[in-house]
Ligand binder design. Structure first.
Ligand SMILES: Nc1ncnc2c1ncn2[C@@H]1O[C@H](COP(=O)(O)OP(=O)(O)OP(=O)(O)O)[C@@H](O)[C@H]1O
Ligand SMILES: [Mg+2]
Ligand SMILES: [Zn+2]
Length: 510
């Protein structure tokens, strides 16, 4: 049996019509315009995915809608969630898909695209802290509304989230893949992504009692990335060779380097902004990435906290007095200044020094074929439901085992390419970005994000970009900016915060 396509006659509820032009095809279905309804589209399941198997799920979605109505502003309609509005049947009455509000895909961008500053800049997307906080607040608010109805995204990650560039509204698409609460029955999400999977589900299957905890974890990861130059909370610099190299294993091993009390296995990425975040946000992250899933902040709690920072009237985020493009939390120094200084200094030092050699044990590893780090685990975390389709960050892609056999070759190539890579970093200061680790394995960046010699590393290592004097001067300059009184910011997308709960309820600010 073929699925209906452009020109096919269909029935929407009781209305007879036909499918318009194809917008796009995905793994499960194709999305079509509707000639008689400019505000809706129809998603028609591919015949190969067995459309009738989706009928009960869509029916459950129609019965329990999250309270996220389209936002109408002037003649513009902003879709917050592409939730089903009606079932679609073919001309013989068979279930074949559903209609949902049409999203202006051209006016929206993937959240993934704002994470890396250079990429965001090139695409004309927000780079300022105020807008990123607004995006985070909006995401949390939308998720809170979904959770109120006990629906969960599960595969929550930046490539699955879109936002309207003008308003910063978040738009949730592909909702039929969420975990859906039906009447007396749950329809599970078919996939998840290991880099966004909570530690407790890295070793055992995700069941329905844990889906909200999973969403809370993934939400905190996305917020951390938004507020911290795209840095994943489980990336950083391993303190010893026993630290796994892949993010999923680091989540399982609780290698969160950005907590207020630090981590003995992982040191923070040197350009991280975590030390310049307000305690209130740091505490929320610590609860999200701590050992007790039950204390993970809810989406609503994140929404309340973040919307305070997103509102310019609160003055909790201010413009940097050294660079008008930067914004930072009031009473804290500017993380963008610190990051730029560090990258500039690293680039300058890299230029003026002889080409660094890879550390001795790396060379030994490449000659003997021994791996400097423990090999990746052969087994990926246990899955539930069907395996996902491959995507940039898809969970459990089926081609992974074959890739594993190239790991030793890739590591050798990486060792040989290291000096070149450092030169490229030096030439592209802006692009050096979040993965750059000037200190290699040295501990000049202390776990709580301050700078200076530690017991483990009383001297900067030979890879370290800064001399002790330079580092001290840098620390001094940062201490001084802390004291400046800064002018107030204007974040024009203030109204994009969807959750309009009274701002005073938690007593922050005036
Ligand atoms: N409400 C909408 N309005 C406009 N375009 C949409 C809408 N929903 C989906 N699309 C477009 O159609 C594409 C496929 O939709 P969707 O992701 O729902 O399909 P899918 O088959 O479930 O895909 P996947 O395999 O990624 O899960 C989307 O990437 C998007 O470009
Ligand atoms: Mg889908
Ligand atoms: Zn600054």
């Amino acid at each position: 049996m073929n699925s209906p396509s452009t020109g096919s006659r269909i029935v929407i509820g009781t209305r007879r019509t036909q499918l318009g032009p194809l917008i796009k095809s995905g793994g499960a279905g194709s999305v079509y315009l509707l000639p008689d309804d400019p505000n809706s589209v129809a998603k028609i399941y591919h015949a190969r995915v067995d459309p009738p198997s989706y009928a009960d799920r869509i029916e459950a979605m129609l019965q329990l809608r999250p309270q996220l109505p389209d936002q109408i502003e002037g003649d513009k309609r902003y879709v917050q969630i592409a939730w089903p509005d009606a079932t679609v049947r073919d001309d013989r009455g068979r279930f074949t898909g559903f209609t949902m509000p049409v999203l202006d895909v051209n006016a929206t961008s993937e959240l993934e695209q704002v994470l890396q500053e250079r990429q965001a800049r090139a695409a004309g997307l927000p780079v300022g802290l105020g807008r990123k906080v607004t995006l985070a607040a909006n995401l949390a608010s939308v998720l809170a509304a979904l959770h109120t109805q006990h629906h969960y995204v599960v595969d929550l990650k930046p490539v699955n989230l879109r936002f309207d560039r003008a308003t910063l509204y978040i738009a949730l698409l592909d909702c039929d893949g969420f975990s859906i609460q039906g009447r007396g029955r749950r329809f599970h999400a078919p996939q998840y992504t290991p880099d966004y999977l909570a530690p407790e589900y890295q070793t055992r299957s995700l069941d329905e009692t844990g889906e909200e905890a999973q969403d809370r974890f993934a939400l905190a990861v996305v917020i951390f990335q938004l507020l911290n130059f795209g840095i994943h909370p489980y990336s950083g610099r391993p303190a010893h060779d026993g630290v796994p190299t892949d993010v999923a294993s680091r989540i399982r091993g609780r290698c969160y380097a950005y907590g207020r009390s630090g981590n003995s296995s992982m040191l923070p990425n040197p350009v991280s902004a975590h030390a310049m975040m307000p305690v209130r946000l740091r505490d929320l992250f610590d609860r999200a990435f701590g050992d007790a899933p039950a204390t993970r902040p809810s989406a609503g709690e994140w929404g309340n906290a973040l919307s305070l920072y997103a509102r310019p009237s609160r003055g909790l985020i201010v413009v940097c007095d050294r660079n008008r493009e930067h914004q930072h939390y009031v009473g804290h120094s500017c993380a963008s200044c610190a990051r730029e200084e560090l990258l500039t200094r690293a680039a300058r030092n890299a230029k003026s020094r002889p080409k660094p050699q890879p550390p001795a044990d790396w060379i030994a590893a490449s000659r003997t074929g021994r791996q400097a780090y423990p090999p990746k685990p052969a087994q990926m975390p246990p899955s539930f439901g069907t395996p996902p389709a491959a995507s940039p960050q898809a969970s459990l892609p089926t081609h992974m085992p074959r890739l594993a056999s190239f790991v030793p070759v890739l590591m050798l190539l990486m060792v040989l390419a290291l000096p070149g890579a450092i030169a490229v970093i030096a030439a592209n200061i802006g692009g050096a970005d979040v993965n750059y680790s000037p200190g290699g394995n040295c501990s000049w960046f202390t776990p709580d994000g301050r700078y200076g010699p530690t017991q483990a590393s009383p001297q900067p290592c030979r890879q370290c970009p800064c001399t002790r004097g330079e580092m001290e001067e840098f620390v001094q300059s940062r201490a001084q900016t802390d004291m400046h009184v800064l002018p107030a910011i204007r974040v024009s997308a203030d109204e994009a915060v969807l959750d309009q709960r009274p701002a005073d309820e938690d007593g922050i600010g005036g």
